[in-house]
Ligand binder design. Structure first.
Ligand SMILES: [Zn+2]
Length: 96
């Protein structure tokens, strides 16, 4: 993540830019929807619960192990909250 969205200042990968925008002047659609939302319209993040804050900033062995494995935890849980409406379209074909 080394490119800043010029509208909301989110850090992005240049490969995430909208189709049709250039690497020199990338436009992103899934942070602020291009220029449709300004940084002032995007709500600030709330402070995390104290337990999570300790994991993210603490210096205990538990905190360090958490930070070392945070990507694995995120990957393991990223699909845990997906809501689906399953549509069975016959043998072997499922639409989400
Ligand atoms: Zn943006």
């Amino acid at each position: 993540m080394d490119v800043e969205c010029k509208y909301c200042r989110a850090l992005r990968f240049v490969a995430e830019r909208k189709v049709g925008s250039s690497e020199a002047n990338p436009v992103f659609s899934n942070c602020c929807q291009g220029e449709k939302l300004t940084a002032q319209q995007i709500p600030l993040l709330q402070d995390p619960p104290s337990f999570l804050r300790e994991l993210l900033t603490g210096s205990t062995p538990r905190d360090k192990v958490f930070r070392k494995n945070i990507v694995k935890y995120n990957n393991a849980l990223c699909m845990a909250l997906v809501h689906t409406n399953w549509v069975n379209r016959g043998a072997g074909t499922v639409k989400l």
